[in-house]
Unconditional design. Structure first.
Length: 442
């Protein structure tokens, strides 16, 4: 049996060329993805791990050079192979500047294609792998988590420690900060990634139904129970269950959750026999459970069982240096969806986005970018932003700050101005990168 090789994306508006390339690549046992436009290619890149991009240059609407530039910026470790019927010195120069590995002119032979692919993938396993390590170190993305700030890196460090065990984890943070993304990162970045991940919004299920939805029920156990049914815990067996807004669970449900944590078993509604279960529990809330314990609406013993490991997801106002990265993500997502092109944002509009405090956190930022993409042509300007963001006045605070805090705030300001380029910020501040990290962590 042949082993499946790398995933290769081929992009060409000529269907005949696509079919020819597909036949050749499949004969060498590669897994093929095809796109007839740049828009379709970007969608595939966003959802699939691609090992090599093969693209034509001359295509309608958005040409292949724009795709190459985009891939160089957003997927710098991905090798690129250009196949074109209209070679030019300028295109060749642009391709070289964009780190294209090989350049083939149509028509080409099967052997020439094989040599070019082998060369591209060889470089992918050497030079590009070094860049992968560097990117992981910089930590701009981790799973679906985007950010390079100190606070988001602290979150990632905890995830790295817990992802390969089944300790119970409690995620706290304001609404819209991305608590579910953290839960998904814990599951999908670890060794249990192939097991089920089940997300449950405890606040979105009526209180009288939550118990049966979580643990399942037997036929006839209550009105409407016409068959036996497994619950979310049985569905997550062997993997992870994420209980969002756990503070909305009734005391009865809390009591049964405590049994799951203590005994590693669940009892369906209407049943007397327990079922053993192997599941990692991740809980989250934006409520203050300690206050709820004082009001006797949340069990103290369950609280301590849930908080074996705690992760605090910072609000966006405390990690503003991540805003440009998040904006880029949403520009890509909604630009391709609504405009069939890449949308940019002006420097002035970005300054306003950086200035705003985002009480709704990342969810609010995404909604603002989504609206702005719809309202603009292909560049987001100040006029495309909501009124309450544009006209927020930045009054200086009455609060007196220590020199250390003022120094820290100024360092953060310089980092934002340099696009979080710590080397450039260090040059401006006349200190080294290590000192920047130390002062930000104080």
């Amino acid at each position: 049996m042949q082993l499946q090789k790398e995933n290769i994306l081929i992009v060409d508006d000529d269907v005949n060329i696509l079919e020819l390339l597909q036949r050749h690549l499949q004969s060498w046992n590669y897994h093929i993805y095809k796109a007839v436009s740049v828009k379709e290619a970007v969608t595939i890149l966003r959802d699939t791990n691609i090992d090599l991009l093969i693209t034509d240059l001359k295509m309608p609407e958005i040409d292949g050079l724009e795709l190459i530039k985009f891939v160089s910026e957003h997927y710098p470790t991905l090798p690129k192979l250009v196949v074109t019927g209209y070679p030019s010195a300028q295109d060749s120069l642009t391709s070289i500047k964009s780190r294209v590995v090989a350049y083939l002119t149509k028509p080409f032979t099967k052997d020439e294609l094989k040599v070019a692919i082998d060369k591209s993938l060889l470089i992918s396993k050497t030079k590009y792998q070094k860049k992968v390590k560097l990117l992981k170190k910089v930590n701009d993305t981790y799973g679906e988590i985007i950010g390079s700030s100190e606070k988001i890196n602290d979150v990632v460090q905890i995830i790295e420690r817990v992802k390969n065990n089944k300790a119970t984890i409690f995620i706290k943070g304001e609404s819209g900060t991305g608590k579910e993304l953290v839960a998904r990162a814990i599951h999908y970045q670890g060794k249990f990634a192939r097991a089920p991940f089940v997300a449950v919004n405890c606040g979105g299920i009526p209180e009288n139904l939550l118990e049966s939805e979580l643990f399942g029920y037997l036929k006839g156990s209550f009105t409407g129970a016409e068959t036996n049914r497994d619950g979310f815990f049985q569905a997550a067996n062997g993997g992870t269950i994420f209980l969002d807004e756990i503070g909305n669970a009734s005391l009865a449900v809390q009591s049964r959750l405590l049994r799951v944590l203590q005994e590693k078993e669940v009892v369906k509604v209407g049943a007397s026999k327990a079922e053993s279960i192997d599941v990692r529990i991740i809980a989250a809330t934006n409520s203050n459970l300690r206050d709820m314990i004082q009001k006797q609406t949340f069990r103290e013993d369950l609280f301590y069982r849930l908080t074996v490991v705690e992760i605090h997801v910072p609000p966006l106002r405390e990690r503003k240096e991540d805003i440009p990265l998040l904006v880029d993500k949403f520009l890509l997502k909604y630009g391709v969806e609504y405009k069939e092109r890449f949308v940019k944002v002006t420097t002035e509009a970005m300054e306003i986005l950086n200035r705003y405090d985002w009480p709704g956190n990342i969810r609010e930022l995404e909604n603002v970018i989504q609206r702005a993409v719809i309202m603009c042509e292909n560049i987001i300007e100040i006029e495309h932003l909501p009124e309450h963001i544009k006209y927020t006045l930045d009054f200086s605070s009455e609060k007196l700050l220590s020199l250390k805090e003022i120094e820290k705030q100024y360092i953060q300001k310089v980092l934002r101005a340099t696009g979080n380029n710590k080397t450039k910020a260090a040059e401006i501040l006349k200190i080294d990168r290590k000192t920047i990290r130390q002062k930000l962590s104080e």
